[in-house]
Design a protein around this ligand. Structure first.
Ligand SMILES: [Zn+2]
Length: 97
């Protein structure tokens, strides 16, 4: 069975898409396949958020804090998204020497 999704007006197979999680500041921080190839799929934001945050209280908090999830094509992810990037707001704080 092929599951298709539309991303930015483009229809792609779900297995060619990934979920990207963004911090409140807008930096991407995590990525997850939308189709794990074993029958488990995450086609909606709600399904993806449940996988990231199994507990409802954590889901609610993530939404309240402004953590965003976005479904993008794998190609877009490879070309444009760096989950290791961090801005001044979220970069790891190092103790001043
Ligand atoms: Zn940031």
């Amino acid at each position: 069975m092929k599951l298709m999704v539309e991303i930015d007006g483009q229809t792609v197979e779900l297995r060619d898409a990934v979920w990207v999680a963004y911090r409140p500041c807008g930096c991407a921080c995590s990525v997850m396949d939308a189709d794990w190839g074993d029958g488990e799929v995450f086609a909606t934001e709600d399904q993806a958020r449940r996988e990231w945050y199994p507990l409802k209280k954590d889901r609610d908090r993530s939404i309240k804090q402004g953590y965003r999830l976005e479904l993008v094509t794998f190609r877009h992810y490879r070309q444009h998204i760096d989950i290791l990037a961090s801005c001044d707001v979220c970069k790891p704080k190092v103790a001043a020497a």
